[in-house]
Write a new protein. Sequence first.
Length: 160
Amino acid sequence: MSKMITILFVIGLALLAACTPAVSQTNGEPQNLPLIDVWTGDYPVAALAQLPAGQEQNRIGYIGDEATFAAVWKAYMPAEPVPTVDFVQNLVVFSRNVEYYNRTNILKVVLDADGVVEVLAMETMSAMPVKEKAAMAMAVIPRAGIVRIRTGETTSVKVD
């Protein structure tokens, strides 16, 4: 009977390991990172200075610390309490409008073999210029293996 329990235990561990999302690069192929939490809403243009230094004008960026996240959140969702994010294990990526106001959602985050993350977001289409507010989406992703976040076709920022 104990041999059967051992076999079932090993099979259970194997199934559990197979269901665990992989976030490290094992074969050089890009990895889809899990979106641990996702938010969408409007961000006031007057609060762009709250975004991380050097990323205030970026369409894509990241927040890597609790203090910056709290300041951004208070401008983003002032009526909601600041969500708890473990910034040792995770970071927050964002996608926002820079030219025209369009609803935006983060659909997927991909980590390439060099540790560069690409945020894939979908936007509605409009011709209303960004004036007082921009639509913004944020997502919590695992930090492991990330070196840089792609902010444009040829630009990226280093993750601290």
